[in-house]
Design a binder for this molecule. Structure first.
Ligand code: IPM
Ligand code: MG
Length: 366
């Protein structure tokens, strides 16, 4: 069996802490299930800036291009807020997405049974929730030119450009239709075609891809603001949602919180399929670096561990191992183990980041 190569980039804030727990899980799969990984660890974000003066060293970028999967923790922190845009920790992450051409960011929002009470919404609105947001992640206003802060008359003007080509919309739409076919066969596309030309084009292209190649998938279109409202009102009406980079950033945070905790949600960002038949891929939790709780053992490692489960599924052809890991996490949650982010309003006893990792290992052992 050839070894799968994995580049681990813990990053900043709680990134290294949660990644330590992922390493335990990876080791468990090596020792107990015979999986073999060739693991390399490197820096990204603020920690890379501190070491090299750039949030992503070219050598790290080159490594990322070669591995089967990248697993990233989180980037950013207040210390770097005043840096020039190109040096900010977030640029490291965006460069990975852009240069690896990882255009389809899959963000599941799944409500774990044991946590249905933790949502800010009523239990019957969220229990059993299982939706997938596909966020375009290499284009749109995140990357469009012109961008910058310019002098105009006697004041400055800040400019960003929302820009989508037909082929960029086409490819992410296809990823979303494919996913829908493996789920409940329903896709809702969100944009603001009522105010943005890029939204008009988005809607047209998604409809065309549907009519030509995916007529069997039930397609609907929604303005993104109405979509945000519907996500809070009755999220179970959705199966797969496809949307652009910025709307996807907002909608996926909102969808994540429906499930009770941002600390629970993984993501996969997939690119073109390579010669070995696997997509280029990076896996990361949806949550950020949470500098306010970094280093205190308070972070929830589950989102990052579930991101590794997605890697097992999408990059390593290990679907049954992914199922096993997800089931172990369900078991641990059902047993009442909680990191502080999962504590209800009346408090209770919480466990540390590493105790949560250990509990997951114990559940895997059973
Ligand atoms: C995310 C994050 C990033 C984004 C930041 C850290 C650049 O919010 O992955 O959702 O805006 O895409
Ligand atoms: Mg975000």
């Amino acid at each position: 069996m050839t070894k799968s190569s994995l580049l681990i980039l813990p990053g900043d804030g709680i990134g290294p802490e949660v990644m330590t727990e992922v390493r335990k899980v990876v080791t468990w799969f090596e020792e107990k299930k015979g999986l073999e990984f060739d693991i390399n660890e490197d820096l990204v974000g603020g920690i890379a800036y501190d070491a090299y003066g750039t949030p992503l060293h070219d050598d790290t970028m080159a490594k990322a291009q070669e591995v089967d999967a990248v697993l990233l923790g989180a980037v950013g922190g207040p210390k770097y807020d005043t840096l020039d845009f190109n040096l900010k920790p977030e640029r490291g992450l965006l460069r990975l997405r852009k240069e690896m051409d990882l255009f389809a960011n899959l963000r599941p929002a799944q409500c774990f049974n044991a946590l249905a009470d933790f949502s800010s919404l009523k239990k019957d609105v969220v229990s059993g929730l299982d939706i997938m947001i596909v966020r375009e992640s290499t284009s749109g206003v995140y990357f469009g030119e012109p961008r910058g802060i310019f002098e105009e008359g006697n004041e400055r003007v800040g400019i960003n450009t929302q820009r989508y080509t037909e082929s960029e919309i086409d490819r992410v739409a296809r990823s979303a239709f494919e996913l829908a076919r493996h789920r409940d066969n329903k896709l809702c596309s969100m944009e603001k075609a009522n105010v943005m030309e890029s939204g008009v084009l988005w809607r047209e292209v998604v409809q065309k891809v549907h009519d030509q190649d995916y007529p069997d998938v039930e397609l609907s279109h929604m303005y993104a603001d109405a979509g945000a409202m519907q996500l809070c009102r009755w999220p179970k009406q959705f199966d797969v949602i496809v949307t652009d980079n910025l709307f996807g950033d907002l909608l996926s945070d909102a969808a994540a919180m429906l499930t009770g905790s941002l600390g629970m949600l993984p993501s996969a960002t997939l690119g073109p399929v390579m010669a070995n038949g696997r997509p280029k891929a990076m896996y990361e939790p949806v949550h950020g670096s949470a500098p306010d709780i970094a280093g205190q053992g308070k972070a929830n490692p589950i989102a990052c561990i579930l991101s590794f489960a997605m890697a097992l599924r999408y990059s390593f052809d290990c679907a049954s191992e992914a199922d096993l890991l997800e089931a172990a996490i369900e078991t641990v949650l059902a047993s009442g183990a909680r990191t502080p982010d999962l504590m209800g309003p009346d408090g209770g006893n919480s466990i540390t980041t590493s105790a949560m990792g250990d509990a997951i290992i114990m559940a895997l052992d059973k």
